[in-house]
Design a protein around this ligand. Structure first.
Ligand code: FAD
Length: 499
């Protein structure tokens, strides 16, 4: 193919994962040429897009940050701008800016077995012009949700409301809520962040939730981490703190899964200690489901509880009947006056950044594929996806994935392989890729690849297992085929052996 720029590795996305992937290529695959294609005009992904008041991580930055670049700020739970700066500084330190094509949205990627390469089509967001690039290996670091649209379920009577309705994904610069009555619809991470942050200036903030979530208070400053940072060199301290936090989060998750009633009691006790006596705890903070059946909400230094306790915020649990001109009416008949309503109703899942894949002219049907090691998909050659954890910091898994991809690329070079293609399992049952009952997952689970019942097709969502699988486990196993010649035989069809 003439006239089309070729790189060894093409990374899609310049968020935490894409920048992490590019740094890792610089560190461990020095001979590889690469480029990053980014739809937006900025580095940072999530941490550049979301601008609502108080936007922050709910993971600690020792695990959400990169393993190779210590997090040095005082706060372990950081605000959005600090995370954005950290990602940008990392990109600068690794001299990545010149490798990033901003304003290029990848729409299609076509694998040719005859050429052993991907041809990638990207639309320029300013002119609409379609640009082609080719690569030997495609690395999708596109995150997991749509950037152009959040999940915005329609409510009856929205047009009658005389105030302003805002979705947190598109926060308007000119929204002045000082002294106004604010209603936040939602009970997830975004809602519990927004409520205390807006309560500082608003006349009052009411969080309206259909059903409660588990809310756990964590210290925003990690005193053990601070002590370790004073005692050890930066890299050593970062590594020890990271492991400490991995083990703590693993403990919370495992306790939730193995002894849900114990965890439920602990969470209830933690909330009760921070709320006023006689507060309707079971109505507002005691979910029907077990801890970690859906994502746990973390709040730094109990800020949500403080806002409720201080009377600046309140929680209403129930069904919204409709918007009315002055606010919201609940099915209970209660009316909530509002000048501003924030619909923190969630994200819309999007796999592979919406890129259409074809392999030798045949469109890839993602739900008909099986994930391999949680990072490649059956029947699709020379492609990896950075998909992080849903029960721990996203970056922990992505960090293992990018290191694994470098290991894989080096292994292929050492053995003269040009093609790597995961195979679906030939036995065992297939199941949904993500075992989480959160709304944003359930709404889109049918669009995702499946997972198998055992490694290397099982996605365990467990860092310790993944360290073993991705760092120590063999690169060549029953789940993958390598080829020195460009053309690989088509994989066997995916069948669910359990049916
Ligand atoms: C408000 C909020 C708070 C969060 N807090 C946490 C947290 O505390 N801990 C945690 O673990 N996770 C958290 N997450 C999840 C979070 O998204 C990840 O932690 C992490 O930022 C994802 O990084 P990423 O690079 O994989 O994806 P993203 O940050 O989504 O970046 C993807 C990039 O790819 C680009 N892109 C997508 N499709 C295309 C395409 N077709 N062509 C070109 N470019 C494309 C996007 O423009 C974007 O820049 C949070 C998410 C949100 C929305």
């Amino acid at each position: 193919m003439t006239g089309v720029e070729h790189v060894d590795v093409l990374i899609i996305g310049a968020g935490l994962s894409g920048i992490g992937a590019a740094c890792q290529l610089r560190r461990s695959c020095r001979s590889k040429t690469f480029a990053v294609v980014e739809a937006r005009d900025a580095i940072g992904g999530t941490w550049d897009l979301f601008r609502y008041p108080g936007v922050r991580s709910d993971s600690d930055m020792f695990t959400l940050g990169f393993s190779f670049r210590p997090w040095s700020s005082a706060k372990a739970i950081a605000d959005g701008p600090a995370i954005r700066e950290y990602i940008r500084d990392t990109a600068r330190e690794y001299d990545l800016e010149s490798t990033i094509r901003f304003g290029h949205r990848v729409v299609r990627a076509s694998w040719s077995s005859a050429e052993a390469r991907w041809t990638v089509e990207a639309e320029r967001t300013d002119t609409g012009e379609v640009v082609q690039l080719s690569c030997s290996f495609l690395f999708s670091c596109t995150g997991y949700y749509r950037y152009d649209q959040g999940h915005e379920p329609p409510f009856a009577g929205q047009d009658e409301f005389t105030g302003r309705i805002v979705h947190p994904q598109h926060w308007p610069d000119d929204l002045d809520y000082a002294g106004r009555r604010v209603v936040v619809i939602g009970s997830g991470a975004t809602a519990v962040t927004l409520v205390p942050a807006m309560a500082d200036q608003a006349a009052h903030v009411t969080m309206v939730q259909r059903s409660p979530s588990y809310v756990l208070s964590l210290p925003s400053v990690d005193v053990i981490a601070d002590r370790l940072r004073r005692m050890l060199p930066a890299n050593a301290a970062h590594s020890v703190i990271r492991w400490k936090n991995v083990l703590l989060m693993t403990l919370i998750y495992q306790l939730s899964k193995r002894a849900p009633s114990v965890m439920r009691r602990l969470l209830r006790k933690g909330a009760a200690a921070r709320l006023p006596d006689g507060y309707a705890l079971d109505t507002h903070f005691n979910p029907r489901y077990d801890p970690w059946d859906q994502r746990l909400c973390f709040v730094p230094d109990g800020d949500l509880f403080k806002a409720v306790r201080g009377g600046r915020a309140s929680i209403v649990t129930g069904e919204i009947e409709r918007f009315i001109s002055t606010g919201l009416r609940m099915t209970s008949g209660q009316e909530l006056d509002a000048d501003v309503v924030i619909t923190a109703t969630g994200l819309r899942l999007l796999v592979l950044g919406g890129v259409q894949l074809t392999v030798d002219g045949v469109p890839v049907d993602l739900p008909g594929t099986v994930a391999y090691k949680g990072l490649m998909i059956s029947g699709v050659p020379n492609l990896a996806l950075a998909v992080g954890y849903t029960n721990a910091s996203w970056t922990l898994k992505c960090d293992l994935i990018v290191k694994y991809v470098c290991r894989l690329l080096n292994h292929m070079d050492d053995h003269g392989y040009r093609v790597v293609m995961p195979q679906p399992p030939t036995s065992g049952s297939l199941r949904p890729l993500i075992d989480l009952q959160s709304g944003y997952i359930l709404r889109s689970i049918d669009q995702l690849p499946k997972q198998g019942s055992a490694a290397p097709w099982r996605v365990y969502q467990n860092y310790l297992r993944d360290v073993y699988l991705l760092r120590r486990g063999p690169v060549e196993d029953a789940g993958v085929r390598f080829g020195r010649e460009p053309v690989l035989a088509a994989p066997p069809p995916v069948t669910d052996q359990s049916t």
